[in-house]
Design a binder for this molecule. Structure first.
Ligand SMILES: [Zn+2]
Length: 69
């Protein structure tokens, strides 16, 4: 499972056919669920802070913060 896929899923950019196996995997994989939560927080933080597409730098900064690094 890649972060990219999780982000696509969270942005609802995947069709049902694509998202079904990912959702099924999330149900069985605690690691990916944890990753999904990070992605969700990231997505929310970006949406709060910036209505437009977040610059890569901002994204990285928020992500680093969420991961406690
Ligand atoms: Zn997984």
């Amino acid at each position: 499972m890649t972060r990219e896929k999780l982000e696509d899923l969270l942005r609802d950019e995947l069709c049902a056919e694509e998202s079904a196996p990912i959702r099924a995997h999330l149900r069985t994989c605690p690691e990916c669920r944890a990753e999904q939560r990070v992605c969700e927080s990231l997505t929310e933080a970006i949406q709060r802070g910036c209505k437009e597409k977040a610059p890569a730098q901002l994204r990285d900064a928020i992500l680093a913060q969420l991961q406690g690094s």
